[in-house]
Design a protein around this ligand. Sequence first.
Ligand code: BTN
Length: 249
Amino acid sequence: MVNLNMSKYTIITLDEAPSTNSWALENISCIDDGTVVYTANQTAGRGRYNRKWVCDESDNIYMSLVLKPKKSDNYPYTNLTQYLSVIVCEFLNSEFSINARIKWPNDILVNGAKISGILAEAYTHNNKIEAVILGLGLNVNMKQETLNKIDQKATSISVVTGKTYNSEIILKKLIDTFYIKYEEFVSHGFSCIKDFYISKCDFLGKNILISENGERKQYFAKAIDDDGLLIALNENNDECKIITGDLLC
Ligand code: BTN
């Protein structure tokens, strides 16, 4: 394990880990607020709904950002993954001229193929959220051959640009980007990313199929409200607020 002490945050670099989210949870009491746990060799990556996150050794980003809010009352917990998805889109555009889009609630796609996924997990003590572990997988150098084995259309920065990269350098720039607007986001919540989030959504104004607790429901995706919830019309044209769920198509 290598600790890179920077001015604003610490990156804990692991040679290998089953899952950076699991490692962060297991070591939560020794990890400071704002620390990033990173590895390029994740052996049992986890995705949302207990799905597997496919990893290989081609130098990709597998990282978990540990956030321990001091004042938890107004902390925008529920919008954290949306904030990170916005940052990833902004970063892919500024750094690689890649036009990424967001699939509800926080998958990041390029030309309809998933390039990055986010898994947020809470650490609670006495029914209080003590920490949030914000896990991010970003396919940096994954080759088409491995991507083809994933059960949904997937891509990597390397496949899109035709170049290879050092994932540690990309990670550092990505985390710097995360922290530029983080304090503003903590103070103002979803409102400060709402317009950008909406501009990146690829599902608004479309018929969508959402899986919620194992049940599949058809909706029309109408809008995103001020709290970051999806306003959708069901089959009876009734307005529903969707908090999470998995957008199937
Ligand atoms: C998803 O799209 O379902 C979320 C994928 C999240 C994967 C990342 S990789 C780093 C961190 N550690 C994990 O085990 N999962 C997250």
